[in-house]
Design a protein around this ligand. Structure first.
Ligand code: MG
Length: 220
């Protein structure tokens, strides 16, 4: 009897220590050195793995699109930064830092490159006669510079390009973008959206959602 009690007690103690260690391990935030994190993000975004991951997301989106009946007024919404255009050069120049002044200067340079997988989606939609809409959190004052950059890298056939106007200042991206999609839905049937942030895709007024990776920053 005593033996049995000791055995149970031992298992109980062992469980107690295991659980305790497990819980304290859970409570600990996983910390990595910032320089290592920067190195990993840089390595990923400059690697072929990034393009492969984008391609996979785009292929899934195109497969979903094939299941849909495409109405006459069908439109597809694209985000711009880190979706249609890559600002990796800016990110590397400032070591992934952000400053509104240097950001606006970078937009005026109009030297962002196209992300190949997203450009492929764009070309495929244009070829099918699906209307293209760009919705961007960029300042509306920089719309001409943005259009210049877009055309430079081959995004020339779009119906609408909307940047953030002062009325949305201080509002979350998800609010701004879904409200614009809702307004545009009076004219178009939005069959899909593509973006690097969930805030590009959530809030309704789109059928297909294509999320491509971005480990450089997060926008609510
Ligand atoms: Mg973006």
């Amino acid at each position: 009897m005593k033996k049995h009690y000791l055995k149970n007690n031992f298992i109980g103690l062992a469980l107690f220590f295991l659980m305790n260690n497990f819980l304290s391990a859970q409570d600990q935030p996983i910390l990595i050195n910032l320089s290592d994190a920067v190195k990993s993000v840089k390595q990923y975004h400059t690697s072929e793995q990034f393009n492969r991951d984008v391609d996979r997301a785009i292929d899934d989106g195109l497969a979903n699109l094939r299941q849909l009946e495409i109405p006459k007024n069908a439109a597809f919404v694209f985000d711009i930064d880190e979706t249609a255009l890559s600002n990796l050069e800016y990110e590397l120049r400032y070591n992934f830092g952000y400053d509104p002044k240097t950001w606006d200067e970078w937009i005026k340079e109009a030297n962002a490159t196209a992300i190949p997988g997203v450009k492929r989606l764009y070309d495929s939609l244009v070829a099918r006669g699906i209307k293209i809409i760009f919705i961007s959190g960029r300042n509306a004052a920089l719309i001409k510079d943005t259009e210049l950059n877009m055309k430079k890298v081959g995004y020339s056939h779009y119906d609408t390009l909307i940047c953030k106007t002062p009325e949305f200042k201080g509002k979350k991206a998800v609010e701004f973008k879904s409200k614009i999609r809702k307004e545009l839905s009076r004219k178009y049937k939005i069959i899909g959206s593509v973006g690097d942030q969930w805030s590009d895709l959530e809030g309704g007024w789109t059928i297909i959602k294509i999320k491509i990776p971005n480990y450089m920053y997060f926008i609510e």
